[in-house]
Write a protein that binds this ligand. Structure first.
Ligand SMILES: *Cc1c(COP(=O)(O)O)cnc(C)c1O
Length: 470
């Protein structure tokens, strides 16, 4: 008997709408932790079948109050958040269609959608049209894919086929990156066999940007091919490494410039912020998320490589049981997966719904809200912003009445916790240059000026409350 999908899907539809309709009014934090979530979920492996609708009803009941609302307008943690209706709806559909975008013979539609989503991303981000795209789970995987393409080409130029021979006994490739390189690029380097400890770290200056005098020195001290990993959108400050200078300096060497642009590459989408990513199109590869600033549902990101043959050379494989219709593009040749979710569908739908203008306005909105938050928070004596706010990222620090640094660390942590517990807004703290800071990432297009005012007031109230008790 084929199963009836309607009862379960009806509940999912109704409950999704209820969640989305009420999320903005509720608290900005979950009401319980992981241990409580486990208690609410059935953890013994079930022996017997259960009605689909019961499964979904139970899941909804267990999740009630347990979802941190990233799309609620007042979530400022990490660099995540937000969805658009077309993206969520398309994601549902792609689950219903169960059409994995690989092997075009079996998935002509899924492969076409995946391909178009990638082409649009390249165009929106102002990258070279000849670049190839793999739609991956996140910028972490994007970094890995790009690093593999770099490894393929840099070694091929030395007559070494890394896909065939591996890295044992291979000629050495120098890797240069900034001290502020995102840990997921390190992970990519580790997975690709470069080792995190071999990376030459370049000192950073203002706003965590890689210092070019130090970079030039590091470059001069080494010989042979070099893989440079730079960042568009540093996680604490939102600034970018200087791509123009890096590109010029590496010109005399066999080199590959990879850019981790998880969120920051979207600065390319607006004339107001494009100066931040000046010359980023000169790089060889780029990793950028869709689920961050484009606000698609999880998971979706792009691994973009100028040298298509290096990209496919590092990722593709052949099998006689996977025949390719002539002229068809197989998206699985550009990612380290064969069967995969149609994550391009939600991206396609989101871009279609927003258009180039909608995306530009969304990015500008995040930036404007970031400036507004900085203005409101730094209006309070004792709260300072430690970076120049140029994009969507800012870091704040609360000072203690006696000017004591350890006291300021404690206050900064206490404020973030107090605000989270109040349910008014969601912030987190981190260590930055030896000091505690409260991070503020504005990543959700649905955040309004009123949300910013409410969140800023909550921070100010929390600060006044904790500073007075010392
Ligand atoms: C988020 C982030 C990543 C990792 O991206 P995922 O989508 O979480 O895999 C890498 N680099 C930077 C700068 C980021 O902000």
């Amino acid at each position: 008997m084929p199963k009836d999908f309607k009862p379960a899907l009806d509940i999912a539809y109704r409950e999704s709408l209820r969640f989305l309709d009420t999320v903005r009014d509720g608290p900005a934090d979950a009401r319980f932790d992981q241990a409580e979530a486990r208690r609410r979920l059935v953890t013994d492996l079930p022996e017997e079948p259960m009605a689909d609708e019961r499964v979904i009803e139970d899941l909804v009941a267990a999740a009630e109050g347990g979802i941190v609302p990233r799309m609620g307008g007042r979530f400022f943690g990490f660099v995540i958040g937000g969805t658009h209706p077309a993206g969520v709806a398309a994601d549902w559909l792609s689950a219903a269609w169960d059409d994995p975008p690989g092997t075009p013979l079996a998935s002509p539609f899924g492969c076409a959608v995946d391909t178009i989503a990638g082409e649009w991303a390249v165009e929106l981000l102002g990258l070279p049209r000849e670049a190839s795209v793999g739609i991956v789970t996140g910028a972490t995987m994007g970094n890995f894919v790009c690093i593999c393409a770099a490894r393929y080409r840099l070694l091929e130029q030395l007559g070494w086929d890394v896909e065939e021979k591996g890295l044992f006994c291979a000629p050495e490739i120098t890797v240069i990156a900034s001290e502020e390189l995102h840990p997921t690029v390190n992970l990519g380097l580790r997975m690709a066999g470069f080792g995190a400890g071999r990376v030459i770290r370049v000192a950073t200056g203002d706003n965590d940007v890689m210092r070019m005098d130090a970079f030039a020195e590091a470059l001069e001290a080494t010989q042979g091919p070099v893989l440079v990993c730079a960042t568009a959108g540093l996680i604490n400050t939102g600034h970018c490494d200087p791509f123009r200078e890096i590109s010029t300096l590496i010109k005399s060497r066999p080199a590959w410039l990879h850019v981790d642009g998880a969120f920051g590459l979207w600065a390319q989408a607006s004339p107001r912020t494009k100066h931040l990513t000046d010359c980023v199109e000169l790089a060889d590869s780029w990793s950028v998320d869709a689920h961050k600033l484009l606000n698609t549902p999880y998971d979706g990101a792009f691994a973009i490589v100028r040298d298509k043959d290096a990209h496919a050379g590092a990722m593709s494989f052949q099998a006689s049981y996977l025949p390719q219709p002539l002229g068809a593009r197989d998206p699985s040749h550009f990612v380290p997966e064969l069967s995969r979710r149609a994550r391009g569908t939600a991206i396609y739908a989101t871009i279609r719904a927003l258009g180039r203008r909608g995306i530009r306005e969304a990015i500008e909105g995040l930036h404007d809200n970031s400036l507004y938050m900085a203005q409101l928070l730094t209006g309070e004596p004792g709260i300072s912003c430690l970076n120049d706010v140029v994009f969507n990222q800012a870091i704040y620090r609360m000072s203690a009445e006696n000017g004591d640094a350890a006291g300021a660390d404690r206050l900064t942590d206490a404020v973030a916790i107090r605000v989270r517990e109040s349910g008014e807004a969601w912030f987190q703290t981190a260590e930055w240059q030896g000091r505690r800071v409260m991070r503020c990432s504005i990543s959700d297009h649905s955040t309004t000026r009123a949300d910013i005012e409410r969140a800023a007031q909550a921070v100010i109230d929390a600060y006044r409350a904790v500073v007075s008790v010392g």
